[in-house]
Design a protein around this ligand. Structure first.
Ligand code: GDP
Ligand code: MG
Length: 517
């Protein structure tokens, strides 16, 4: 274990995580030069097209640090930066001991810089700060600005400015020093604090479906060893199976050579041979050769908190015949996206479909696209909605679709979020139109250095409309936001019904603020 280092790269969107990972892949000769392409770890077609990372991507590298006698194993996980994919990040964090927190020198600290840093701290990781894109500061006399950002990041991390690495993922400047720093500062994996059980125990942090091998589980081993053909217990679903294939991410799936095992501290994959997506759960523990004198359930590793969906959209197959295909596709997609929640749904016009819960609007858009591209299902969908609580004389009930609002309702309560907007000081005034348009209230502004933070309450339903786009355009791309759900509040909204040729179409009903805008 002394020669293993497991770490993630975390940052706000576009601060250069995947590009930095490219340089690491080159330095360690993990990917041959002729196969190298920008953002190599963004393997989904959709990621390449949109230029964003959606999935965490693990890769195992071998590297001999200066002065080391033996080569080290470095397991790196690249992560997405957009807040809709925070669940991916949180799962990657539990598989590692350290994090490189990257900050784009031209943007400075942004909302997801802080959100991801806080998540890494909660997980107890060793955090290394790095300022990226310093190549953009070379030709001009920008040292003062660069020093200022270094100072801000050092303050955020509670370290000296000398401890912050200054790098360019594009030119490679300073990247080797950062890698050596990561190896030196991040601790090797540690054994669990509880008494050893001699079992092989691993946590499933991701999974996907492979047509030939069935469900593949991405795992971090926390105790003992797992051998090829071992009998495996998947605890949460009480499933027994055998390890059909074990391997590492290079980053493509590469089987272990015979006689090798996945052992404590390792990150790798297990081909489970299981084909039913219900049986393999992200966050579940995989146990091999449990001790006979112990209740196997007591060997469970700490799993993950269930994500709380914020936006709900119903999907229906465009062709009614595709219902079975949609069912199967969603189940398989869920293996690879544990943040989705899926329930059957029914619509008078569109037939049978599924109500799917998402972590935000981008998450919903990406899911529709993945269904189309990876599974070949075309879908029609409803508008994104939130979960409303409705007070009637008969008591409380919950609805998602405005069409389900009972006629005798007394009050509509809606989920509220506390949103935090980070932006350069100079843009604060340009935010005013946003406040009214998105029904924001209890607005507080704090200034730190040349940045401002605006904190406000607003309806979640407003946030998942086009808040993101409007914020970006009003601030010329400089503002970023994060949010947390607070509570339900009584909403001043009404249902607007839409009639087509004098006929009410329930699926088109929407909620609008009563005062309008
Ligand atoms: P991620 O979203 O954090 O993974 O960021 P990417 O690695 O996808 O990079 C976002 C954009 O920044 C891309 O256009 C990169 O080419 C660019 N970029 C990344 N690193 C650097 C750098 O060091 N210097 C410059 N000039 N551009 C960079
Ligand atoms: Mg990326």
């Amino acid at each position: 274990m002394e020669e293993i280092r497991n770490f993630v790269i975390i940052a706000h969107v576009d601060h250069g995580k995947s590009t930095l990972a490219d340089r690491f892949l080159e330095i360690t000769n993990t990917v041959p030069e002729r196969r190298m392409k920008p953002q190599y770890l963004d393997q989904l077609e959709l990621e390449r097209e949109r230029g964003i990372t959606i999935k965490m991507a693990p890769v195992r590298m071998t590297y001999k640090p200066p002065n080391a006698k033996k080569p080290f194993i470095l397991n790196l996980i690249d992560t997405p930066g957009h807040s809709d994919f925070a669940y991916e990040v949180s799962r990657a964090l539990t598989a590692v001991e350290g994090a490189i927190l990257l900050v784009d020198a031209t943007q400075g600290i942004q909302a997801q810089t802080i959100a991801n840093l806080n998540a890494a701290r909660r997980t107890g990781l060793t955090i290394i700060g790095a300022i990226n894109k310093v190549d953009l500061f070379e030709n001009v006399n920008f040292t003062e600005r660069l020093d200022k950002i270094v100072g801000e990041v050092a303050e955020l991390l509670g370290v000296s400015p000398n401890d912050i690495f200054k790098i360019s993922g594009k030119t490679g400047k300073g990247v080797k020093e950062l890698l050596d720093g990561a190896v030196a500062q991040i601790p090797p994996p540690r054994a669990l604090t509880e008494e050893s059980t001699n079992a092989g125990r691993a946590l499933i942090f991701d999974s996907f479906y492979d047509d030939h091998r069935g469900i593949i589980a991405s795992v971090r081993v926390f105790e003992g060893e797992i051998h090829l053909h071992d009998e495996l217990h998947l605890l949460a679903t009480e499933t027994q199976t055998r390890a059909k294939e074990l391997g590492h991410f290079l980053p493509q799936l590469t089987p272990l050579t015979s006689g090798c095992t996945l052992s404590i501290g390792d990150i790798g994959y297990i081909a489970t041979g299981v084909r039913d997506p219900e049986k393999v759960k992200i966050g579940d523990s995989v146990i091999a050769h449990p001790p006979v004198n112990r209740d196997i359930k007591s060997l469970a590793l700490a799993g993950y908190e269930e994500p709380q969906p914020t936006a709900f959209v119903s999907f229906y197959p465009e062709e009614g015949d595709d219902y079975e295909l949609l069912t199967r596709s969603l189940a398989r997609l869920r293996l690879n996206d544990a943040a989705l929640s899926i329930e059957p749904d029914q619509n008078e016009l569109l037939g049978r479909g599924f109500k799917v819960g998402f972590l935000g609007r981008l998450h919903f858009e990406i899911t529709g696209e993945r269904l189309k591209r990876e599974f070949g299902v075309e879908t029609v969908n409803t508008f994104p909605s939130v979960r409303y609580r409705i007070k009637t004389k008969r008591g409380w009930q919950t609805i998602i679709k405005p069409e389900d609002l009972p006629n005798d309702y007394e009050e509509i309560w809606e989920p509220t979020v506390r949103v935090s907007i980070l932006l350069p000081h100079a843009y604060v005034d340009s935010m005013f139109p946003l406040f009214r348009k998105f029904s924001m209230r209890d607005i507080n502004t704090a200034i730190r250095h040349d940045h401002a933070e605006i904190i406000a309450l607003m309806p979640l339903a407003e946030l998942i409309s086009d808040f993101d786009d409007q914020l970006k355009s009003l601030s010329q791309g400089y503002a970023s936001f994060s949010y947390e759900l607070t509570d339900y509040t009584k909403a001043d909204i009404v249902k607007v019904d839409i009639f087509v040729s004098h006929r009410l179409i329930p699926g088109l009903s929407r909620f609008f603020p009563k005062d309008g805008y």
